[in-house]
Design a binder for this molecule. Structure first.
Ligand SMILES: Nc1ncnc2c1ncn2[C@@H]1O[C@H](COP(=O)(O)OP(=O)(O)OP(=O)(O)O)[C@@H](O)[C@H]1O
Ligand SMILES: [Mg+2]
Length: 242
């Protein structure tokens, strides 16, 4: 069942068009991978979905409602969360306080309790032992868990993750992919993840969207997409780093 739809979404930065007529559906509960060369418009695409940017044209529909003009906090209140390539945390606060801040923000923008308990978040992110530690002292994987945990604490139905595996080593990638999988399996949350590491996408994604020069190229299963000659030419040939 469709949860979010983009209909002819365009994003214009002055004379430069970063997204052109982007149309596709995100299914409830899926893990959708998004890939494409550097500068293809992947982060821009996430931002027009989460409210970091307002699309210049077209519509973003979430659960049947047109949210194109809504601000980020309003979209968060509807159940749309985002994590960033570089963990954005409240560094002077502890790990536990970061999670609480997410929960308080979620309550504020929803106007009610969020549907996800702190117990579930701690179970999924395995942050129990880190709660009293200042976030600034945490290693990269832990910082990524905190950012995901804080996003979960807002009570989302869908999370957009921008290059969640960036900077992690092979072992940490396996570990974090497992966390992401559990978020979908245990909480039924839809995951949209931008990722350059195509092997990881092939492992975790139900479907993969490829974009290039701000345009839709292909959306299908990882097997079909990652073996497509055109995709290999525009993307894998240039940056086959996984
Ligand atoms: N605020 C902005 N103002 C002007 N141009 C922008 C802005 N944000 C992005 N762009 C341009 O839009 C294009 C797409 O950028 P975007 O960051 O979405 O790409 P990306 O696919 O996420 O790239 P990467 O793989 O490097 O993260 C780039 O050419 C970028 O320079
Ligand atoms: Mg990007």
């Amino acid at each position: 069942m469709t949860q979010m739809s983009l209909e002819n979404v365009t994003m214009q930065f002055g004379p430069f068009r970063a997204l052109t007529d982007m149309s596709f559906h995100i299914e409830r509960g899926e893990i959708l991978g998004v890939a494409g060369p550097n500068g293809a418009g992947k982060s821009t695409l996430m931002n027009v979905c989460t409210g970091g940017l307002r699309a210049s044209g077209g519509q973003v529909i979430f659960n049947g409602q047109d949210i194109t003009r809504f601000k980020r906090h309003h979209r968060c209140g509807l159940g749309i969360a985002q994590t960033f390539q570089i963990p954005t945390l409240l560094s002077s606060l502890t790990v536990g306080e970061n999670l609480l801040a997410g929960q308080i923000f979620g309550r504020e923008v929803r106007g009610e309790e969020t549907g996800i308990s702190m117990e579930d978040i701690l179970f999924l992110t395995q942050l129990e032992d880190h709660l009293p530690i200042p976030a600034a002292q945490a290693d990269l994987l832990t910082r990524k868990r905190i950012m995901l945990g804080a996003a979960l604490a807002t009570g989302p139905e869908i999370i957009f993750m921008d290059e969640p595996l960036g900077g992690l080593n092979a072992e940490e990638i396996v570990e974090f992919l497992q966390v992401i999988r559990h978020v979908r399996e245990e909480l039924g949350i839809t995951i949209v993840m931008v990722e350059h590491k195509t092997r990881a996408l092939a492992e975790i994604a139900d479907r993969v969207l490829i974009i290039n020069f701000g345009e839709f190229v292909m959306l299908d299963t990882p097997q079909v997409v990652l073996n497509d000659d055109h995709v290999v030419e525009i993307y894998l040939g240039k940056r086959h780093d996984a």
